[in-house]
Design a protein around this ligand. Sequence first.
Ligand code: ZN
Length: 314
Amino acid sequence: MGRVGFVYDPRYLGHEMGRSHPESPARLQSICAQLQSSRTWSRLFQLTPRPAERQWIELIHDSSYVDSLERRSPADGYAALDPDTSMSPGTLDAAYLATGGALVAVDAIMKEVIDHAFCAVRPPGHHAEADRAMGFCFLNTVAIAARYIQQQHGVERVLIVDWDVHHGNGTQHAFYNDASVLFFSTHQFPYYPGTGRATETGEGEGKGFTINVPFSGGEDDDVYQEVFRKILVPAADAFQPEFVLISAGFDAHRDDPLASMNVTAQGYAELTNIVAYIAKCYSGGRILACLEGGYHLQALAESVDHHLLALLDS
Ligand SMILES: [Zn+2]
């Protein structure tokens, strides 16, 4: 049985981008309500986030970009950074705490207080580039966590599994020339943000350490599992990751309003089992998952619950 940490903070609800925006505080409220009613909550080890320090954020993001977030943070109303990404007065605190929550979880895993962790955080991160916010994302939490794992904890090889239905462009770009981070992504294509072709495999020393599996739409649990077994597992066998991160978006769910995949809540449990098998083989079981997308409130909550139950059982 795995000991599973859970990162949450009510200040994550303080970031909002307008009443009709799909990336809403209600997403986390729905997750917490589901976990409490299903009794999964009582099995989780609660972790309190800290704000991420600039020294770690700047391993991925330009200092001038972080300065610009500070400068543009509004005292009231909204500050638009791209057509679908804006800051409210609570955004900056939430973003620092989202990334810091992942760092706290990394520390707890490395100290062996817990085996795995799930960060129920907002805003998400995998679209955030070194120098700009985009796609509802401001700070690339998973990318920052990967560098933190390496530099703070002396871990060499990190696997990032990104099963969000959108391609994790920011994460891919952060490690495109880097053989120490294996980035594996399944996503709808062509679709937002436009990157993620199968031919994008890394450059220089990083050649072969980016694996993109684009899907045309409608792929179901069976297709996802086959891809994870036939592509991800052999790649992980060759790479032998010492730590596994998951960019855990749940917007490939069949009910999700933003995409057209056919994954079920139980399907996410099966994918979790495959990733847990990899972690058990090579990483001492160490898995940290961070919430990315997922916009159907009930489907999101049930998917997170199934994901956590699989982590608890592994
Ligand atoms: Zn997404």
